[in-house]
Design a protein around this ligand. Structure first.
Ligand SMILES: Nc1ncnc2c1ncn2[C@@H]1O[C@H](COP(=O)(O)OP(=O)(O)OP(=O)(O)O)[C@@H](O)[C@H]1O
Ligand SMILES: [Mg+2]
Length: 723
């Protein structure tokens, strides 16, 4: 295979494995089998998404831990949960947001929207004060619990997924601790009425906070977010970045904060997990503020307020998202009209000044017009009238190559030899195909893409590629992990020059600029770019280097709608070959595939030349809900078993606590019974040959001896428990 273009993947793998950039083009494949073997051994064997490349946390330099310490200010909010008043924020010399004001009331559903880099994430981080303000304030009502999910969250924990997800259930954990202490007190002071009352009250609190259904809650959230039962006990470090984000999200949801701040929570979720999240948030009792580019999320949770971050201002719309779109259009139209009217006025004044400024007879009126012009508060051109602001992506013409681009024969594919995801898979990608890879959550779509890309060695079978193949791979996870300390331009230049040294800075800047990374933005450190800006950096490499086969894994995540539109348009006009994994239906419709690869849960792939049908989406939804139901039932059964075990443990504990008192009591009763039996023995001797009396005494003695034996047995059991 000619290693003509590795661009993105080369760069991304070099970060993933801390490889030096130099000579990547010639060296990456020499190293690949080892790297991938290492990679594979760390990865779950069960599904594609959790089988995404996963690295030890120490190397995840650009992703931040989900639970970065938040430090919000609590104070007088005038009854609101959150009050933001004239808040201004900047980054270095640049203003990000000016005079932002709004209030969130209990139960509000607030959607935060705006272009990539507009300042949405900055606003959220300012509210929880992981970022400083310049002026103004954001105050939260006292006693409010706040939960915050950052855009590039990873769990960062070494605990199991289950333990980490449940670790934020503070109310339940506090009630559990109280209950335990109360039980211990009852065991210590068996006769204490105070201890008994505390136990009853602790038990009631435990029930009230949902303590007895804790396990079901955790199982429900983990299952909803796509975790399988065997994942529950795996360490968080075994999961890829995207899955660690799901763990962070699970933990946050389970902590049930009063104010839930979510920054693009659906970025790493597949269709079913997204749907689940929407239905979960819809029922959520607290206040939600969510940054998202997903209309289905904004509509699904029935947002009653939309905050649009545009042109450094926060525009507040007290309405649903669909009304917002209409109202925004009306405001934009009005702004455009005002702008155009002012421009006409400026032109008129200017032309008068130009024509008559020098004429003595008109000089004073020209002067007054000049003053008028100087005093005028000039309206900025509204976005709709600004040309060149929409991101533009033109994919270069694909280099020529033969028809059969990648051919896989009888392939066995997976991350472990014991549990391959595919067996006997034969598939060929030929020139001109536009393939969409669909399938339910966890069936192995990304794994298939990695195998097609040659990044995951086959367990069995063969993969052949044609001469002249120039393959580009884009995965959004890796786009987020570009070297944070380099500037955007340096990253792009280093990568593209590996492939084509003739690409100069001007060309790179032009490509980046067309994607909105203009001027100083291209010189900014990657670590300070927004999520969508990082994805645009990765995309600009695609624009600079010609590929004839593009493999894309969920490319629309992090991108705002205009950039997704630019990407779909570019792909539509692209004459090369494309295979894309996506759960974005609108993207899929516009991509207009020629072939559908439908991956089923059992590793079967149907590969057909046809458009995507409604029934495909229905099948994905059906398969995912069947999987979710199965998992939920399994989890409920496991939780029931767990509950029974807990009840038995509770009983045993109780018995143990009471044992010393009970032993004391038994010993007293034994003494009494032994005395009675001794008395009967004496009476029997005294009765001599009175058979009838002897019978009666013997039967009394037998009954007492029976009681005594029972007490001995209980005493023995209690002594064993205590020993
Ligand atoms: N230290 C910095 N220097 C210069 N600019 C910065 C710095 N930190 C952040 N920015 C800029 O602030 C802007 C706002 O970033 P933010 O992450 O809030 O955007 P966003 O609206 O969340 O975008 P996205 O949709 O891509 O996530 C971005 O253009 C970003 O590049
Ligand atoms: Mg953001």
């Amino acid at each position: 295979m000619k290693l003509s273009v590795l661009v993105l993947l080369s760069l991304q793998l070099s970060h993933a494995f801390n490889l030096p950039y130099g000579n990547l083009r010639s060296s990456i494949f020499d190293r690949r089998p080892d790297n991938l073997a290492r990679l594979g051994s760390r990865i779950s064997s069960r599904c594609s998404e959790s089988a995404r490349p996963c690295r030890p946390l120490s190397m995840q330099t650009t992703q931040e831990k989900a639970s970065k310490a938040i430090n919000p200010i609590f104070g007088d909010t005038g009854g609101a949960i959150l009050a933001v008043e004239k808040l201004s924020l900047s980054a270095g010399p640049r203003d990000i947001l000016l005079d932002a004001s709004f209030k969130a009331m209990q139960g509000d559903r607030i959607g935060v929207v705006g272009a990539n880099g507009a300042g949405k994430s900055t606003l959220l981080s300012a509210i929880v004060r992981t970022r400083a303000w310049d002026s103004g304030e954001a105050v939260i009502k006292p006693e409010t619990t706040v939960g915050y999910l950052i855009q590039t969250a990873v769990s960062g924990s070494k605990r199991s997924a289950w333990d980490e997800a449940s670790s934020g259930m503070n109310k339940i954990m506090a009630a559990e601790e109280r209950l335990l202490k109360a039980q211990e007190a009852v065991e210590r002071e068996a006769m204490s009425e105070r201890a008994a009352n505390e136990l009853a009250s602790a038990q009631a609190e435990f029930e009230a906070v949902g303590g007895s259904s804790k396990d079901q809650k955790v199982a429900r959230v983990l299952n909803g977010l796509g975790f399988q039962r065997e994942d529950h006990n795996k360490s968080c470090t075994e999961f890829s970045g995207g899955w660690q984000m799901r763990i962070a999200l699970a933990r946050l949801l389970l902590s049930e904060p009063d104010l839930l701040l979510l920054d693009e929570p659906t970025n790493h979720l597949d269709m079913s997990a997204k749907q689940w999240l929407v239905s979960y948030l819809k029922e959520y009792k607290g206040t939600i503020m969510v940054v998202t580019h997903e209309t289905s999320l904004l509509d699904g949770i029935a947002c009653n307020t939309i905050l649009e971050v545009r042109d450094k201002r926060l525009h507040v719309f007290k309405c649903s998202h669909s009304k917002f779109l209409l109202e925004r259009q009306a405001r934009v139209d009005a702004a455009a009209k005002a702008y155009e009217a002012q421009q006409r006025e400026i032109e008129k004044l200017q032309s008068y000044i130009d024509r008559f400024g020098a004429k003595a007879s008109k000089a004073s009126s020209a002067q007054s017009r000049k003053k008028q012009l100087e005093k005028m508060e000039v309206i900025d051109a509204p976005e709709s009238l600004q040309t060149g602001r929409r991101p533009k992506l033109v994919l270069p013409e694909p280099p020529k190559c033969r028809m059969e681009m990648v051919v896989m024969k009888d392939a066995e594919i997976g991350w472990s030899e014991e549990k391959p995801l595919y067996r006997d898979l034969s598939l060929s990608i030929t020139r001109g195909m536009r393939v969409v890879i669909l399938g339910p959550n966890g069936c192995g779509k990304s794994t298939l893409l990695w195998a097609l890309a040659g990044r995951l060695p086959l367990i069995k079978g063969s993969r052949t590629t044609t001469d002249g193949l120039s393959l580009g791979l884009f995965t959004q996870d890796l786009a987020q992990e570009l070297d944070p300390s380099s500037t955007a331009l340096d990253v792009v230049m280093e990568t593209v020059q590996e492939v084509d040294p003739s690409i100069n800075t001007e060309k790179a800047r032009a490509a980046m600029g067309a994607l909105g990374l203009t001027g100083e933005k291209s010189l900014q450190q990657i670590g300070t770019l927004s999520g969508g800006e990082k994805a645009r950096v990765a995309l600009s490499m695609f624009v600079l280097v010609p590929h004839n086969l593009l493999l894309l894994d969920e490319p629309s995540n992090h991108l705002d709608i205009p950039t997704i539109d630019a990407l779909t348009e570019a792909l539509r006009d692209y004459e090369g070959t494309v295979a894309v994994v996506t759960h974005n239906r609108a993207f899929c419709d516009r991509f207009n595939p020629t072939h559908v690869a439908f991956v089923r849960g059992d590793g079967q792939v149907s590969f057909e030349e046809r458009p995507v049908r409604e029934s495909d989406w229905e099948e994905v939804a059906r398969a995912e809900s069947a999987m979710a139901e199965g998992m939920a039932a399994e989890a409920a059964a496991a939780a029931a078993v767990d509950k029974e075990a807990k009840r038995a443990a509770y009983e045993a504990n109780k018995k143990r606590g009471n044992a010393p008192k009970r032993i004391e009591k038994i010993e007293k009763e034994v003494g009494k019974l032994e005395q009675k039996i001794a008395q009967i023995d004496a009476d029997m001797v005294a009765k001599g040959s009175n058979v009838e009396a002897l019978y009666e005494l013997q039967s009394k003695r037998d009954s007492l001896q029976g009681d005594l034996d029972k007490l001995y047995a209980e005493w023995e059991e209690l002594e064993t428990i205590l020993s």
